[in-house]
Design a protein around this ligand. Sequence first.
Ligand code: CAA
Ligand code: FAD
Length: 380
Amino acid sequence: MDFSLTEEQQMVRQAARDFAQTELLPGVIERDEKQEFPTRQVQAMGQLGFMGMMVSPEYGGSGLDTLSYVLVMEELSKVDASASVVVSVNNSLVCWGLEAYGTEEQKQKYLPALATGEKIGAFCLSEPEAGSDATSQKTTAKDAGDHYVLNGTKNWITNGNSADIYLVIAQTYPEKGHKGINALIVEKGMEGFEIGPKEQKLGIRGSDTHSLNFNDVKVPKENRIGADGFGFKFAMKTLSGGRIGIAAQALGIAAGAYELSLKYSKERKAFGTEIANHQAIAFKLADMHTQIEAARMLVYRAATDKDRGENYDLSGAMAKLYASQVAMDTAVEAVQIHGGNGYVKEYHVERLMRDAKITQIYEGTSEIQKIVISRSILRD
Ligand code: CAA
Ligand code: FAD
């Protein structure tokens, strides 16, 4: 597969690289410490077209391909994975889901503001008793004629407080199992919709994660996405693309940790020479570089599958499984290469190590990716 980048893709990547250095890097340590959402930076990314990268220009988006999107995710994540997860959720879970399966009215109403970052989206599938086991939805959306009545709790919702538009998965016909689930568009401020407290997290601390409570929230029928009972398939299809975005986030975290380690090992001296001259350190760099290149191939492959209209369930799951492992391994080794300095905030690698862990958990844990991969290879 040819991954040579077009001039446009190279320009988009450069724009993201510049933005990460000039706008995300300053203050990234403080935002992590204070668990502060990058409000100004998200607005700026909206102006640059990063919040609706794959949305068609007809709905206010940038009309770019998935490969351009992963290039941007990679560059942003090298510096600030809290900011990049906002981009990932908005692009691949919310905008993509709406554009692929929404009605014309829904697209006209919601996409332009989401694609420009004026409004932010959230994707709400997980519940206290339905994480990996996502078909066990307890949140209910009872059919009440011209509207649904939504009741229940969602857990761990990224952009939980900052979002304006929430795609909520809920059970309408429990007797039908996953075929009775619907996906509804819920707006902040609807009566009975409450945002729970912010989670205190290990990593991606600048991203706001909240539980959400729905108490008899009336959601108009025209806010249902797709046919009655399509909600679970909607979630699965949307997550297949989302996993490519998180794989790119993991790749970026790994690449960021590697670049910092390469630089540091050429500067720091021990035993009369730069530590890079010690083979133990040089071999760590060799392993990091090799694994990152392999992860990059998988991520670009999955993005290219999506751009070519081919099935990307398998390639996306493999990319996420592998890139997230590489992110974790690389970040841990980066801390080691930095020695004591690796353990303090100003050298950034301890944050990358904390941020890397989430890529093995959200949008389907590594164990769930193995279920998706093994089912696919055994079926085919
Ligand atoms: N595309 C379309 N349909 C799909 C699908 C896909 N990729 N994957 C599954 N389905 C369909 C199946 O075909 C099946 O439908 P039929 O009965 O009509 O054939 C239906 O969905 C149920 O599938 P399974 O029988 O395979 O269901 P399961 O209970 O065994 O679970 C699972 C499958 C893959 C484990 C799924 O539950 C899963 O993905 N779990 C992980 C949940 C997850 O990723 N959550 C992420 C939340 S969002 C998030 O995390 C965002 C963030 O952090 C930033
Ligand atoms: P569980 O499902 O309870 O899993 C616990 C352990 O058991 C895991 O190791 C898991 O891999 C393993 N396990 C479970 N089932 C199996 C099996 N069948 N075979 C083998 N192993 C298994 N969700 C959203 O809907 N929207 C969001 O925006 C969102 N953002 C998140 C942000 C953060 C910071 C976090 C922490 C989570 C977020 N999530 C979000 C939720 C996330 O997707 C879930 O945490 C994840 O899917 C795992 O679910 P769980 O936490 O319930 O773990």
